[in-house]
Design a protein around this ligand. Structure first.
Ligand SMILES: [Zn+2]
Length: 392
C-alpha cells in the first residue's frame, strides 16, 4: 500500500492513487452501467448508463478523498503529522507518522471522517432532490416510474448521497481498523487511561466483525440470502475478501502497538553489537571474506579510515562481484558509502531503529557518534528482543 502514483497535493498533503483503486472504479462502473442504471432507466441507451456509471464511480473516489482529508486535517490540528493520503482498493488511508498523543486527538480525528461523509451524503441527497424537481403525487405510487423519470444528474447525486451515508455508517462499526474502532479505542483509552487495553478491545471487536463478514460471505456463496447483503457469488466473495482484510488489520494493528511499546524508550546502545570487526578501504574482497566475514560470522564489514566510518560492505555487495575479481577489488569500490548509509545515534530508541531498518531494507545499521563507529545494530537482535519482551 506504500506504492502508487502521486496525483497532487492538497493543503500540503500528498495524494497518492494505488493501482488497486482501478479495480474498484471498474467494478462500480460496470455494476452501475450494466445492472443498476439500466434497471432504473430502461429507456437509457447503453452508452448513457455506462458513462453516467463511470462519472459516478470517479465521484465516489472523490468523496473518499474528502473523507480522508477530514481525518488528516483534524489530525493536523491536534499536532499530528500527516504527510500523505493513499486511495486504494478498500477506500483511503491517511498516513500518520506517529500515534495520537492523547485520546481526545484520536477521538476527534477518527470521528471526523464519518461525520464528513454523513454531511456530504445529506448535502448530495438535498442537491439530488432539487435536481429531480418536485415529486408529483402519482410518483409515490409508482417508484419505478419516478426513478425512470430522473435525469442523469439527479440519478448520480441521489446515488452518491446514499453511498456516502452508507460509507459513514459502515465506518462507524466499532471495530479496529474501522473509524468506529478508533473512536471506541479513544473512549476506552480516555476512561481507563490504558491505551493497550483500549487497543486490545477495539482489535478484538474488529476481528469479530471481520469474521462476521466472512461468515456472511460464505453463506452468500452457498446461495443463502443474508440480511443487509442479499445473495450472490461475486458479492459473497467480495465480502469474504473485505472481512479477511479487516480481520488482518485488526490483528496487526494491535501487534504494532505492542511492538512499539516494547521498543520505545530503549536506547540503541543497549542492544548494539560492539565487537564488530572493521576494515580499511584498501582491503581486498577475498581477504574481507576469508579474514572477517567467514571466521567471525559477520554479515557486513564497516569500512573505517583514520577512525572514521567511510562505508559498509555487506555480503550482498560482495556477491555482485565475480569471484575471480575478489583478489583485485578493494572494499572501497563495492561499499555503500557513508553518505548513503542510514546510521543510528546511540541514544536513538529501538522503535526508531526498527523503522529505519524497515525503510532502508538493510539488515543492520551502524551506530555512529560524530562519525565514529560505536557498533552495529542488527535486525535479528531487534527481533530477539521483541520475542522476549512483547508477551501478552
Ligand atoms: Zn475513515
Amino acid at each position: 500500500m506504500d506504492s502508487g502514483i502521486k496525483i497532487g497535493r492538497i493543503f500540503g498533503i500528498d495524494i497518492f492513487l494505488h493501482w488497486s483503486l482501478l479495480i474498484i472504479v471498474a467494478l462500480i462502473t460496470a455494476s452501475l452501467g450494466m445492472i443498476a442504471f439500466p434497471n432504473w432507466h430502461p429507456d437509457w441507451p447503453a452508452w448513457l448508463a455506462w458513462s453516467t456509471g463511470a462519472i459516478a464511480a470517479v465521484l465516489l473516489v472523490a468523496s473518499i478523498l474528502f473523507h480522508e482529508m477530514s481525518h488528516a486535517l483534524v489530525g493536523r490540528r491536534w499536532g499530528m503529522h500527516v504527510p500523505r493520503i493513499t486511495l486504494f482498493l478498500f477506500g483511503g488511508m491517511a498516513h500518520l507518522e506517529s500515534d495520537a498523543p492523547e485520546w481526545r486527538a484520536e477521538f476527534w480525528m477518527a470521528i471526523a471522517g464519518p461525520l464528513a461523509s454523513l454531511v456530504l451524503g445529506f448535502a448530495l441527497l438535498t442537491a439530488g432532490n432539487i435536481a429531480a424537481g418536485p415529486v408529483e403525487a402519482q410518483a409515490l405510487d409508482d417508484p419505478q416510474a419516478y426513478l425512470a423519470s430522473l435525469s442523469p444528474l439527479a440519478t448520480v447525486l441521489l446515488w452518491l448521497g446514499t453511498i456516502n451515508i452508507i460509507l459513514a455508517l459502515f465506518n462507524m462499526v466499532p471495530g479496529f481498523p474501522l473509524d468506529g474502532g478508533r473512536v471506541l479505542r479513544a473512549i476506552v483509552w480516555g476512561v481507563t487511561g490504558d491505551i493497550r487495553k483500549a487497543t486490545h478491545a477495539a482489535s478484538m471487536l474488529g476481528q469479530l466483525f471481520g469474521w462476521y463478514l466472512i461468515a456472511n460471505g460464505v453463506l452468500m456463496v452457498l446461495g443463502v440470502s443474508v440480511p443487509l447483503f442479499g445473495t450472490g457469488l461475486v458479492g459473497g466473495l467480495w465480502l469474504i475478501f473485505i472481512g479477511w482484510f479487516i480481520n488482518r488489520l485488526a490483528v496487526t494493528g494491535y501487534q504494532q502497538l505492542l511492538t512499539q511499546r516494547a521498543l520505545t524508550g530503549i536506547p540503541v546502545s543497549r542492544l548494539m553489537q560492539t565487537g564488530t570487526q572493521s576494515a580499511g578501504p584498501t582491503l581486498t574482497l577475498d581477504r574481507l571474506v576469508d579474514e572477517i566475514l567467514l571466521p567471525r560470522g559477520q554479515r557486513a564489514v564497516p569500512i573505517e579510515e583514520d577512525n572514521r566510518l567511510r562505508g559498509l560492505v555487506s555480503l550482498e555487495d560482495i556477491r555482485r562481484i565475480d569471484r575471480n575479481e575478489w583478489a583485485n577489488t578493494p572494499a572501497s569500490t563495492v561499499m555503500t558509502p557513508r553518505d548513503q548509509l542510514r546510521t543510528l545515534a546511540p541514544e536513538a530508541d529501538l522503535e526508531e531503529a526498527l523503522r529505519l531498518l524497515g525503510s532502508s531494507g538493510f539488515n543492520q545499521a551502524p551506530v555512529v557518534y560524530q562519525d565514529q563507529l560505536l557498533g552495529m545494530l542488527r535486525r535479528e537482535d531487534l527481533l530477539h528482543w521483541l520475542a522476549l519482551h512483547d508477551k501478552d
